[in-house]
Design a protein around this ligand. Sequence first.
Ligand SMILES: Nc1ncnc2c1ncn2[C@@H]1O[C@H](COP(=O)(O)OP(=O)(O)OP(=O)(O)O)[C@@H](O)[C@H]1O
Length: 602
Amino acid sequence: MSVASATTGQALPVAGGRATAAEVRRLSRGHRLRLAAVGVVGIVSTAVDLIPPVAIGYLVDRVRAGTADLGTVLTVTAVMALSGVLGAAGTAVAIVHATRVYHAVLAALRERLVSRAMLLPQHLVERAGTGDLISRSSDDVTAVADAAPAVIPALTVSAFTIVVSLGGLAALEWPYAAAFAVVLPVYALAMRWYLRTGPRVYRAERAAMSARAQQILESQRGYATVLGFGLAERRHRTVLTDSWGVAVQSLRARTVLSMLNARLNLGECLSLAAVLVVGFVLVDHGSSTVGGATTAMLLVLRLLGPVNQLLFVVDTLQSALASLSRVIGVVTIPTVDAADATTTPTDPMDEVDPTHEVDPMDPADTATAVRLREVAFRYADGPPVLDGIDLDIPDGQHLAIVGPSGAGKTTLAAVIAGVRRPDDGTVTRPRRTAVITQEVHVFAGALRENLTLAAPDATDRDIRAALETTGAADLLDLSADALDTVVGTGGHPLTDAQAQQLALARLFLADPELAILDEATAEAGSAHAERLDRASEAVLAGRTGIVIAHRLSQAATCDRIVVMDAGRVIETGTHDELLTAGGTYARLWAVWQAGQHISANR
Ligand SMILES: Nc1ncnc2c1ncn2[C@@H]1O[C@H](COP(=O)(O)OP(=O)(O)OP(=O)(O)O)[C@@H](O)[C@H]1O
């Protein structure tokens, strides 16, 4: 893909409120007891925090009545100090435990995100651009983690303080609580305005960050192309434009925050004035003492902090929720693994459903391992690559797909494997399907880890048997460390042939019902090709197999051959039938055989 054409397409899905809540509930299932304890400790410690205002009011009344002596002052001070210590200790305990739960849930979410990201349907990631996925697993996860210091105290303490203090005001004299309640609509309006404005602004900020990440990533990936075509200046301008977009969106977000601040200040002034006026009237009418009015004012002052904190935290909470819904949007995409016993064009982008269930294969069809009906596929807005493909592969059959370069063989293999989703038609495959693609990846790590990726329970004996079966036992001689030999980036280098043998042994250990082999690098006639052909046959024995036959020697040994051209199946039959028919396969075979003779005679 050229750098210039790399654009962010349709973004990955964002989970709705219900899906987000369901996923958070699921992830925090193991922490319910701890959360209940946090609730109890939080309420008790905020109730204890009410003691100082009441004690000061009591002292004011005693002083006014002339009955306060040093003993009264000392007793009141001691009670206040004790309640302060107990309240603070309880609050600290509640916050520490709530923080632990928060981070445990976040760690579980992060793990899920990483494992899900590996299994995402390829077309979704390609369509959205990898920058979107990277931004979600970095910026968004960080935003959720960074929210903890603000959100946790607000949710665990402020909410309780508000409820308990309002109760205290009402118990003192109901008009005090009423005076505060009269001002609540000011807060409610501020909140309503903010909830309407905030999420939109934060989403735009995050989307701008994703777009910037995508552009930076593309510039780095296409470094050689950028230099080769003299695109550096243009790429620089694109990144600058996207960075400016982030700055503009961030500025909007901060402006919204300032406007929320102004509204909260107004609510603060009005509530203090209201309670002061009510206190004056009540004292004037003799229905409250000056000490009672003092307690009421102290309670309102005490309320303002948590109310502001809670409303302020809505800002951080909104931002964190926007990020959380983007992370959970990825986590709840049905993966290639989970979604696809049957693939239809229904796009997981259309609906993110965490309870997505897979239709089991029709029991009546158990003799048919693979079934394709009217399958059509195209890459993005390109021309059709597969068109009206119908295919049935009986259980245990080995099918070869042959055809000229660009005929659509690899694409068909990807659609059958569920790596790509057809635009039209249906694909049915066994649940346990594994594919070896043309690009074999060797993971940095021990040979053993590389082999047991898809079979974590395999013993060393199983691994050795797999290596023997696939003719790859010499991988054990790479170093004295045998299965502990570190391979991949920074480790022992593997040749293409060794990487392919490793992939075949890995597939053998995974023991899939359907194995799809699309390995292409071996040159026909070479010793390596013959060795790979034998390994492929050993891997396919006893299971259904599809071989994208880049060498016709592979096709000749299969039970059946499908010939493709321009995205369509043009011939199908056994090797002998197709030779007798004298069509495209017969011509390809003749050309291939001639090539073999030439190579042999060289
Ligand atoms: N990721 C992609 N994006 C866009 N077009 C693609 C992509 N992969 C393949 N194509 C196009 O789809 C068509 C079919 O390609 P495909 O690789 O499936 O053919 P093939 O028969 O396997 O060819 P080969 O034998 O050379 O591997 C080609 O025109 C190719 O350029």
